[in-house]
Write a protein that binds this ligand. Structure first.
Ligand code: UT7
Length: 369
């Protein structure tokens, strides 16, 4: 049987119709180097390098005691945070992202020009346009690469990971740099004790490449729910409320959060998407070697792990050192897991996140470095 398949090549390459004998679900296309690639539905992306970066300056809970009415004890018991890193003036999200990407490239020993695409997950782009991906591309010297920013707040890294994985799975690309980077200190009101103590700055980058042995990114369960938009948002500076003296006076360029509403939603939904994902893949909580959740609140992480029934020794928490770095938390936690010897090649890994939007995400993967 001959199956007619129409495919779209990458980099605007022309459409090619390919006849494939008896292989429904298999496509063949020409990659940018001109090679003909045959791709089955089962082709997976795998992580082949991980780089992270946090700025050197540290703000401790004790520092906050001098800035707002709070205590080290309140912050630690309610959130799990002890300290967070923040940038110096003039350092932006693209700088953190570039440093993280450089680490990943060095680890893999490849040139920035070898990349096919760069995806930057962020809610704090250097500016509304150009995209932070363009700025990172230029800073890396990655000529010929394309890319874009992805906005999904705290779930942006897992969403970007999935977007990158699809480019690999389709056969369009062989090397995609996925970066989660946020400079939360640029949008925090340091007189609002309910939000300013929560966040920090940081970035992490993973390189995605095709997996030859079936290991790598297995499946995902992502959801968005815009009914939660009013629970966590930054109202100023967009098309609805363009920047003006009034928006600045009303502090509309800062994070606004209904902490309890987000907390309740996060506890419910993070567990729910994890359970769906595990069940669909015939995996039990006991099979998970390493649970790497978004780091917003230690209590959310523990409640999710309890609900799903994850092994206590599988849970990665580094919120004490970094606070909530939004798109940076999951790759930073991957790094912590590796440094602590708790993430090894072949481990079954569950990622999970909830963030502004609301955005919810969970990813199941087999660790490959
Ligand atoms: O990553 C993006 C997603 N974001 C999240 O997942 C955050 C989810 N929410 C949370 O993590 C928690 O709701 C917070 C950590 C933000 C707050 O913890 P909470 O246990 O929900 O506290 P609360 O907002 O109910 O506030 C309890 C009390 C209040 O005082 P009263 O009204 O009881 O007198 C607050 O004013 O704690 C007070 N409070 C503080 N006290 C000392 C709020 N912030 C502080 C503070 N220091 N920094």
């Amino acid at each position: 049987m001959m199956t007619k398949v129409t495919v779209q090549g990458s980099h605007g390459h022309r459409r090619r119709k390919v006849d494939i004998p008896g292989q429904v679900g298999t496509i063949t296309f020409q990659n940018p180097s001109g090679e003909l690639i045959r791709v089955s539905e089962r082709l997976r992306a795998k992580i082949t390098a991980l780089g992270t970066y946090v700025p050197p300056r540290v703000l401790t809970n004790k520092d906050f005691e001098k800035m707002v009415e709070t205590t080290d004890e309140w912050i630690l018991t309610r959130t799990g945070i002890r300290e967070r890193h923040v940038v110096d003036k003039g350092v932006a999200t693209s700088d953190l992202a570039t440093e993280a990407a450089k680490c990943a490239l060095a680890q893999r020993g490849i040139d920035p020009k070898d990349l096919d695409a760069i995806i930057v997950a962020t809610v704090t782009p250097d500016m509304l346009f150009p995209s932070t991906a363009c700025l990172v591309q230029h800073k890396l010297g990655a000529q010929g690469v394309w890319g874009f920013d992805l906005s999904a707040a705290c779930s942006a890294f897992v969403y970007a990971l999935q977007a990158g994985a699809q480019f690999i799975a389709s056969g369009a690309h062989k090397k995609v740099m996925v970066i989660g980077s946020d400079t939360m200190s640029s949008i925090l009101d340091y007189t609002d004790r309910a939000t300013c103590i929560l966040f920090g700055d940081g970035a992490g980058a993973v390189l995605l490449e095709p997996s030859e042995d079936g290991m790598g990114i297995i499946d995902f369960q992502h959801e968005i729910d815009g009914s939660g938009a009013c629970s966590l948002y930054m109202p100023g500076g967009g098309s609805l409320n363009p920047s003006s003296h009034e928006t600045v006076d009303k502090k509309m360029h800062f994070v606004h959060q209904d902490g309890q509403a987000v907390f309740k939603y996060a506890v419910r939904k993070m567990g729910e998407v994890c359970e769906k994902l595990l069940a669909r893949n015939g995996v039990t909580a006991a099979d998970i070697d390493c649970f790497i959740p978004h780091q917003a609140n230690q209590r959310i992480i523990k409640a999710t792990a309890d609900r799903v029934g994850l092994k206590p020794e599988s849970i990665i928490i580094n919120i004490d050192r970094y606070g909530n770095t939004t798109a940076g938390t999951i790759p930073l936690a991957m790094q912590t897991a590796r440094e602590e010897g708790r993430l090894k090649k072949g481990d079954l890994v569950l990622l999970a996140s909830v963030g502004a939007g609301f955005t919810v995400g969970a990813t199941l993967l087999r660790w490959t470095i």
